[in-house]
Design a binder for this molecule. Structure first.
Ligand code: ADP
Ligand code: MG
Length: 503
């Protein structure tokens, strides 16, 4: 056991009627990488804000380096060597890399004049220190989220940090960027700096953390060595439910006539000669690596891209899907990959988002939108999909990722589609909500005879929920499989092409 650096004991925090934290404990050793996990709303960010002095706890104590505090102020926390990298990272987009890293430090030194030479020197050293190369005079607004994060880390180590806390740093990163971040985290650890890493992904715990703690609904559920958690217990700790996904195997499918058939579909620089059919009651999976053409194909099926060649047949009839309007008229709906930019009107209420795709369907004979009907329909989806919300008139941004995604799904189901295309429907969605969405899709296929096309790079999502799976590689469909013939490993290998899977 490492010597303890930070310990919080019996911390509670209430916001109005919400008990965000209920007598939680957490201990982090010197030089330890500790992962704090929990579903959305479990209290992770609130605890961090208490440690950083942003909030005061209602009860409990914070012990740092052996000294007990009732609460900390922001300045005290910084003085103690606690640095927090928040989700929004407090980066200044109009300033350069060097300015973002070192300006604050230079100002802090209370000299009368800022030395720009110093700003650049400090910034360079700090980046070198964590082994990262970035152009010092680039404007930060132009850089990726991953680079902004590295800049925030480079900035934080200037303050003699003993503990660096990162609030969900990986949620918007690609795999390669995560690797880079983890390398930096290990580098910090090798210098005796402790890292508290917030996440909701199990694989990250295995990969980076020595110890982990899980919160659920503001309560401490478990804290243990990372090696003592497996997938099943992890899911249970996170959700409080036993979640077991089995292979989706639909009842007898009538294959006399396909509902959706794609023939020789081509899109320059996207995909070529795509052929497949889908029958009512099926969930067809399409999976491949990033850049394999899966997203281009998904968009072309819904008319967001207009294919150069080929045909789409619906119910046996040749059709032309050149725009999303064409698709909607043909009862094809699409749940996009990025709900924040494509799926939702972010400044609007939950209710308005829900009825947006179906506004024509709820017009009265005089052409006026029947908002009462809209509300009744929305309520039905909230109940059906188990959307957790306070009021339908609240802004869509008040919902967690999983609940937002359920709204997107409800919005499209409201159009009564016969064919539902989903692209990465559970990216960034909590385990519990993910399971709900999967079950709902299965029910749509089985009970409503809907044909569902699920496009995703989440291997177990595809494997468990799609009765047939197409592998796409370099814009071409290279093979088709029954899900029950595959395991996570064989499917993974088929996608990466590492070795020929034995079928
Ligand atoms: P997490 O980071 O685990 O997603 P949070 O700590 O942000 O969770 O939130 C825990 C609970 O406290 C949630 O129910 C959230 O809505 C509530 N909450 C957090 N901050 C505030 C606040 N400033 N005012 C009101 N409620 C809040
Ligand atoms: Mg949070």
């Amino acid at each position: 056991m490492r010597d303890t650096l930070l310990e919080v004991r019996g911390i509670s925090k209430r916001f109005g009627g919400v008990k965000a934290l209920d007598k939680v404990d957490l201990a982090i050793g010197r030089g330890e990488i500790h992962c704090l996990l929990g579903e959305n709303g479990s209290g992770k960010s609130t605890l961090i804000k208490i440690v950083s002095g942003f909030y005061q706890p209602d009860e409990g104590e914070i012990i740092f380096d052996g000294i007990s505090y009732k609460h900390l102020t922001i300045n005290q926390s910084i003085q103690l060597g606690i640095q927090v990298i928040y989700q929004d990272m407090s980066i200044f987009p109009n300033l350069t890399v060097a300015e973002n890293i070192a300006l604050n430090y230079e100002l802090y030194s209370k000299k009368r004049l800022v030395s720009w030479k110093n700003v650049y020197k400090i910034a360079r050293q700090s980046l070198e220190h964590i082994g990262i190369e970035l152009p010092l005079d680039a404007e930060v607004g132009t850089l990726s989220v991953a680079d902004k994060q590295l800049i925030a880390i480079a900035r934080s180590i200037l303050h003699n940090s003993k503990l660096i806390i990162m609030d969900e740093p990986t949620s918007a990163l690609t795999r390669r960027e995560v690797d880079k971040l983890f390398k930096v985290i290990r580098q910090l650890q090798s210098e005796g700096i402790s890292v508290l890493f917030i996440s909701h992904k199990l694989d990250e715990v295995f990969e980076i953390a020595e110890r982990f703690t899980i919160f659920r609904n503001g309560k401490l559920i478990v804290t243990d060595d990372a090696k003592n958690v497996d997938n099943e217990s992890f899911v249970y700790y996170m959700t409080g439910r036993k979640i077991e996904e089995n292979y989706f195997v639909p009842d007898e499918i009538d294959r006399s006539r396909s509902i959706f058939k794609v023939e020789n579909l081509c899109l320059k620089n996207g995909f070529e000669n795509i052929n497949f059919e889908i029958y009512p009651g099926e969930i067809l999976g399409i999976t491949g690596l990033l850049g394999s053409g899966r997203t281009e194909l998904a968009k072309a099926l819904f008319g967001l891209y207009s294919a150069d060649k080929g045909c789409i047949y619906i119910d046996g009839k040749e059709t032309s899907i050149r725009t999303p309007m064409d698709a909607l008229k043909l009862n094809v709906a699409y749940v996009p990959e990025d709900r924040l930019t494509e799926g939702l009107f972010l400044t609007q209420s939950i209710e308005n988002n829900m009825i947006a795709a179906h506004i024509d369907g709820i017009k009265k004979s005089n052409g006026i939108v029947d908002f009462d009907k809209g509300r009744a329909d929305s309520k039905k989806w909230v109940a059906d999909l188990g959307i957790k919300l306070d009021k339908l008139e609240d802004g869509i941004q008040t919902l967690s990722g999983g609940n937002q995604q359920k709204v997107v799904l409800g919005k499209w189901l409201e159009t009564s589609p016969k064919v539902l295309i989903l692209n990465g429907p559970t990216v960034g969605v909590d385990i519990g909500a993910k399971f709900d969405i999967h079950n709902y899709l299965r029910a749509l296929a089985q009970q409503k005879n809907m044909a569902i096309i699920l496009i995703s790079d989440d291997i177990s999502e595809i494997l468990m929920n799609c009765n047939r799976i197409l592998i796409i590689k370099n814009g071409k469909i290279v093979s088709e499989h029954k899900n029950t013939d595959l395991t996570v490993e064989t499917l993974q290998n088929l996608i990466t092409g590492k070795k020929e899977a034995v079928l």
